[in-house]
Design a protein around this ligand. Structure first.
Ligand code: IPD
Length: 268
């Protein structure tokens, strides 16, 4: 089986180069912008260029691996004995990127046998970089990360995010409206991978979102888990497109109960 540390080294090296490309392209001007699923779901020329850059590198250096990228879908085969699938979001937080807000990331996870075993999330604007390997902990700038130990939901700073479908957003708004008076505050920063890493380091106490794609949560989900957070779905479901809740064991069940009562995984 592929060694998670070797996969992490590959991931860190290509993500640093991809982050530099994203930053440089942003400095040159935003260029062509188009929309995807809805008018609010944007994609820039940079999303595509950064994705191409990473995929070409991975196919050249690890030809037996497959890559699932946000803009391209899946390319390559998972060839035994490697059977690695890379999961890439070239620019997570594309709307922030479009507006020049410094909260966006290149996110890359390596999945073996359906389990993410290594991941890196890097913010090109700030240089912040979070890494994790399965069983090897979560790290930022040489410091091992541990999630929050808050025990009172009323003292919890909770992150969330919204999908691009208007009907889904309307349901998400009802959840946020009901949850807001029950927690310290709610943040919506606009890049799910970073939200998960902030939960890993305790800068957010918890994070939840309905409708994430694998590329939004692959690397950040491992970082949060390795920092001690419980990363789950709702009502016994595994974390996934249905729902992702990342929270420290001290408040996971309390927040889960609130979100289940509010049917946060329901609606369109
Ligand atoms: C989006 C961001 C956002 C989250 C959305 C994602 P994208 O990813 O992570 O924070 O709320 O659900 O789709 O489109 O910028 O790669």
């Amino acid at each position: 089986m592929a060694d998670p540390n070797e996969l992490l080294a590959v991931a860190v090296s290509i993500v640093r180069s991809a982050a530099e490309l994203a930053r440089t392209l942003r400095a040159q001007g935003i260029g062509e912008v188009s929309t995807k699923s809805t008018p609010t779901d944007v994609v820039t020329a940079a999303d595509r260029a950064v994705e191409r850059h990473v995929i070409e590198f991975l196919h050249e250096t690890r030809p037996d691996d497959a890559v699932l990228g946000e803009e391209t879908g899946q390319t390559g085969e998972m060839v035994a004995p490697s059977a690695v699938r890379w999961i890439l979001d070239p620019i997570d937080g594309t709307v922030n990127y479009l507006y020049g807000l410094p909260q966006y990331a290149v996110s890359l996870g390596a999945e073996v046998g359906g389990q993410v075993v290594a991941g890196v999330v890097r913010n090109p604007a700030t240089g912040d970089e979070w890494t994790a390997t399965l069983g090897g902990g979560a790290w930022r700038a040489g410091r091992r990360l541990a999630c929050s130990t808050v025990t009172d939901l009323g003292q919890a700073l909770v992150g969330t995010g919204f999908g691009y479908d208007p009907a889904r957003r309307a349901h998400q708004a009802t959840v946020v409206a009901a949850l807001l008076p029950r927690v310290r505050d709610i943040r919506r920063f606009g890049a799910a991978s970073i939200d998960l890493c902030l939960t890993a380091e305790g800068s957010l106490d918890a994070y939840f979102e309905k409708g994430l794609n694998p590329w939004d949560s692959a690397a950040g989900g491992l970082v949060a888990t390795e920092a001690g957070a419980l990363v789950t779905g709702l009502n016994g479901a595994p974390p996934g497109p249905g729902f992702v809740l990342a929270a420290p064991p001290t408040i996971h069940d309390l927040l889960h109960a609130e979100l289940a009562e509010l049917d946060a995984a329901g609606g369109p």
